[in-house]
Design a protein. Structure first.
Length: 303
């Protein structure tokens, strides 16, 4: 009981501190950045705790593939209530419901992309994550129990084995996977994409499943970490048509990566104009073909 009391006191103090910074933001606007950051971390902790429980229960009843979808939705609603931030997902053809299995990919801007996943994450899908997250208390427990694919970027053999296992799982269980091909967050103020790594595309080709791009507008008007900006807002996000990989081989991956990135960049600019105004297009950073050179772990799966 004493332990639970300490947890209760801790949560109460954390909540009070968050509310204090929200009230302070009326006088010092930058305080809103602290308030929403605190609220976001609390939402993540609550969703992860719920996720551990939900994953165990769903595993027992044979519905483990729904774990990440269930927890993603909980994070969406908690974040909406506590921060006033959400992603408005446009999926006019219902690809999130009907395309399965698939490799879903998206642009990676900041830590807020976890909320984007919360708003769009399809059923029967799991994420990939760097191996170090496996050791994080609560979050790592949930990700392990819910079937996340962990990648050790320092160990190319383990990464290839993990991806090979993911391809097998996708085919046998009709399990989709979500990946960020940029590999890291861009923290960009204007719409841009980092060079794409090829792991997601090798995986899709190896599993012979479609790639489904999901593009979120640049949202630096809502969250810009370098400027300590964190406002409430609704961020547009669009699910693009599936890109088939049937019949493609490893020799086609370079062109597949390049053309997919080009398609996503065009949609990123259009969505950002929708969110922030038409002047955005003139401020887009210079771009190249955007395909990262292959290293031992970028390829992620055997050709």
């Amino acid at each position: 009981m004493a332990f639970l009391s300490y947890i209760g006191y801790g949560l109460a103090g954390y909540t009070a501190l968050t509310l204090f910074f929200y009230m302070l933001s009326a006088v010092i606007p930058k305080s809103a950045f602290v308030a929403r950051s605190l609220a976001s971390y609390l939402a993540l902790i609550i969703s992860s705790l719920y996720g551990v429980t939900a994953s165990v229960i769903l595993r027992l009843v044979g519905l483990n593939q729904l774990s990440q979808w269930a927890v993603a939705r909980s994070f969406k609603y908690i974040m909406g209530l506590s921060t006033g931030v959400t992603f408005e997902v446009e999926d006019p053809k219902g690809h999130l419901q009907h395309v399965r299995p698939a490799v879903f990919i998206g642009n990676h801007q900041t830590e807020l992309d976890v909320l984007m996943l919360g708003c769009m994450f399809p059923k029967y899908c799991s994420v990939t994550a760097k191996a170090s997250l496996k050791k994080v208390p609560i979050l790592g427990w949930f990700m392990t129990l819910s079937g996340s694919v962990f990648l050790d970027r320092a160990n190319s053999k383990d990464a290839r084995d993990a991806m090979r296992g993911a391809a097998d799982e996708m085919r046998s269980k009709r399990q989709s996977v979500y990946m960020f091909p940029e590999g890291t967050r861009s923290y960009a103020k204007e719409p841009m994409l980092l060079p794409f790594k090829k792991g997601a595309f090798h995986l899709a080709v190896q599993a012979q499943v479609p790639i489904v791009p999901v593009v979120a507008a640049n949202y630096s008007h809502v969250l810009w970490v370098k400027g300590f900006v964190f406002n409430s807002g609704r961020i547009p996000c669009k699910v693009l048509d599936p890109i088939p990989t049937t019949g493609l081989t490893a020799a086609d991956v370079d062109e597949l990566t390049r053309s997919t990135r080009e398609l996503m960049l065009k949609e990123l600019i259009a969505l950002t104009e929708k969110a922030r105004g038409p002047s955005v297009a003139g401020r887009v950073l210079n771009d190249t073909n955007g395909v990262a050179k292959v290293t031992g772990t970028d390829m992620r799966v055997a050709a």
